[in-house]
Design a protein around this ligand. Structure first.
Ligand SMILES: NC(=O)c1ccc[n+]([C@@H]2O[C@H](COP(=O)([O-])OP(=O)(O)OC[C@H]3O[C@@H](n4cnc5c(N)ncnc54)[C@H](OP(=O)(O)O)[C@@H]3O)[C@@H](O)[C@H]2O)c1
Length: 310
């Protein structure tokens, strides 16, 4: 089997690539807007400009993957609100093009979406709840879901939320909290936005199972604990034995970010857990896995210099 992964430098791909190599015998073709270096004979790569349809078409058609996993997206919610043109191109037009290519080549398209397709009035949500996005990011992601499922009938859309993991190249919420606490300044964290944070390896494992079991349609993947961002931040501080007193709860209205945020977001994951036979981690277990991965990386590094943990 050959699997193409778009957005090869994403947080999601950082967990998915090693997991696919470890758990399957698939060959990987990585597609990225950045230069790609590969050190494994099962992995090849192409650098593309996502706005150039011909380049993307050639990257797919010259490889003919059986599975196309699209992790490429503009995920910064406020940036999407401000730069709507780029957000639409990356989050929607690219996906429309991919879905057509998947249909032509009979490939299984696996695409990611978010709980931000919902308005946050009554989360957490099941797969059949009616989406009603309140910011531009959510609107682009809903449009991308519709493009996938209408243009490529055998596609899978995986909605997830608040990803965190050990990849040092990505500032996820956990890393942001740890860095901000170390800065010794007061850190304002919203106490009225709720979600179920997702450890990145659980998402990657769900993707592998979806590919191997050829599952299609919409799946929700998220962690076992439903809590506010503020409570998650305090739990992170306490887990890493840091003083949480610099964390200050604020409301979403007080923070006044450019894009509106769903308040009661989050995803009910019963369908994925029963269908894929998985149990998603809660934050205690997720943070334990994260710490183990960070320690392993420090031990692996051959330098005598002290390596920062985050
Ligand atoms: N992170 C979360 O908490 C979260 C929550 C809910 C849903 N999701 C969804 O899950 C999927 C993967 O998210 P992720 O957090 O793993 O992605 P990410 O780390 O933000 O990476 C997205 C990737 O998209 C590519 N890209 C192409 N054009 C870009 C542009 N103009 N700006 C930024 N990136 C661009 C880049 O990869 P290349 O340069 O390698 O092409 C980038 O690494 C997305 O569909 C996202 O909407 C994420």
């Amino acid at each position: 089997m050959k699997i193409a992964i778009l957005g090869a430098s994403s947080l999601t791909a950082s967990a998915l690539i090693p997991m696919i190599l470890e758990e399957t015998d698939a060959e990987l073709h990585l597609i990225s807007s950045k230069k790609i270096e590969t050190h494994d004979e099962r992995v090849s790569g192409t650098t593309v400009d996502y706005l150039n349809k011909a380049e993307l078409k050639s990257a797919i058609l010259s490889n003919i993957p059986q599975v196309i996993v699209n992790t490429a997206a503009l995920t910064n919610v406020d940036a999407c609100e401000i730069d709507r043109s780029t957000a639409w191109h990356i989050n929607v037009s690219l996906v429309e093009h991919l879905a057509r290519l998947a249909r032509i080549t009979d490939a299984h398209l696996v695409h990611f979406s978010t709980d931000y397709v919902f308005d946050g009035a009554k989360g957490p949500y099941i797969e059949n709840d009616i989406p009603s996005p309140i910011n531009y990011y959510g609107k682009t992601k809903l449009a991308s879901e519709n493009a996938c499922l209408s243009l490529s009938p055998d596609a899978t859309v995986i909605r997830t939320n608040v990803l965190y993991g050990p990849n040092a190249a990505h500032t996820d919420f956990v890393r942001w909290v740890l860095t901000m606490i170390e800065s010794n300044e007061d850190v304002r964290v919203v106490s009225d936005q709720f979600s179920n944070p997702t450890y990145i390896d659980d998402l990657a494992e769900a993707v592998v199972r979806i590919i191997l079991r050829k599952r299609t349609g919409v799946y929700h993947v998220g962690g076992a604990n439903y809590l506010s961002r503020y409570d998650f931040a305090v739990a992170i501080a306490e887990f890493f034995k840091l003083d949480p007193s610099s964390l200050k709860p604020v409301t979403t209205a007080e923070l006044a970010q450019p894009a509106k945020r769903p308040l009661k977001g989050g995803l009910i994951t019963l369908k994925a857990e029963s269908d894929l036979r998985m149990k998603f981690r809660g934050i205690e277990s997720g943070l334990t896995s994260l710490r183990q991965a960070l320690f392993a990386r420090v031990l692996e590094s051959n330098t005598n210099k002290p390596t920062p943990l985050w």
